[in-house]
Design a protein around this ligand. Structure first.
Ligand code: IMP
Length: 188
């Protein structure tokens, strides 16, 4: 089976391909100008993005919205992660946490999928961890070089294979795959 993914993020696309193709699902990229609305929840941002994507291709399609939520910063940057990464980046986050012992953080990803009946389905994945004291690793993207998943001593950017096994994205995709298999493959 194949599925359309609307994204402008080549790193996300690579991770989706790696994870979904193991499950026998081929990912086809669709491009559209997706506007990130200002909202308090990833689900609301993803919902608006997927509606735009569906209007463009008029076929079942999914999008993803993700963010890094840092406990000591009351969940910041959260839904503003893309903007914060673009402006202050990893160095800026480390500066904000300078002298702060509570390094707990959580990555969240929400997939929004529109089916052929225009119904929107959401699939959420989370990965707990902590913020490192320095930038470490050359793989992955975004906040990967400062995020250490719980139970490990490496950042996501130091071990991308590990990332693809336990990440927020992997967990959201698992739920999505189960849904797709139930909905489409059980009928064929
Ligand atoms: P988006 O709005 O879902 O594209 O993502 C928000 C921002 O969060 C991106 O610009 C990345 O900087 C960051 N981000 C999202 N997912 C990840 C991830 O898996 N690793 C590291 N950073 C991520």
């Amino acid at each position: 089976m194949e599925i359309y993914f609307c994204t402008g993020n080549k790193h996300k696309l690579k991770e989706y391909k790696a994870i979904l193709e193991v499950a026998g699902i081929k990912v086809k990229k669709v491009s559209a100008k997706l506007i990130e609305i200002q909202a308090n929840k990833l689900e609301d941002v993803a919902k608006e993005k997927v509606k735009t994507a569906y209007e463009k291709i008029k076929k079942p399609v999914f999008v993803e919205d993700a963010g890094l939520f840092i406990e000591a910063l009351n969940g910041f940057p959260g839904v503003y992660s893309a903007y914060v990464f673009k402006t202050i980046g990893n160095q800026g986050i480390l500066k904000l946490l300078n002298g702060i012992k509570n390094r707990k953080a959580i990555f969240k990803a929400v997939i929004a999928f529109v089916d052929e009946n225009h119904k929107i389905h959401f699939f959420k994945g989370c990965c707990k961890g902590k913020i490192a004291y320095s930038i470490r690793g050359n793989f992955g993207f975004g906040f990967d070089p400062i995020f250490i998943p719980k139970g490990y001593n490496k950042t996501f950017a130091e071990d991308v294979e590990l990332k693809n096994k336990i990440s927020h994205r992997k967990r959201a995709i698992e739920k999505f795959v189960n849904f797709l298999k139930r909905k489409y493959l059980s009928k064929s």
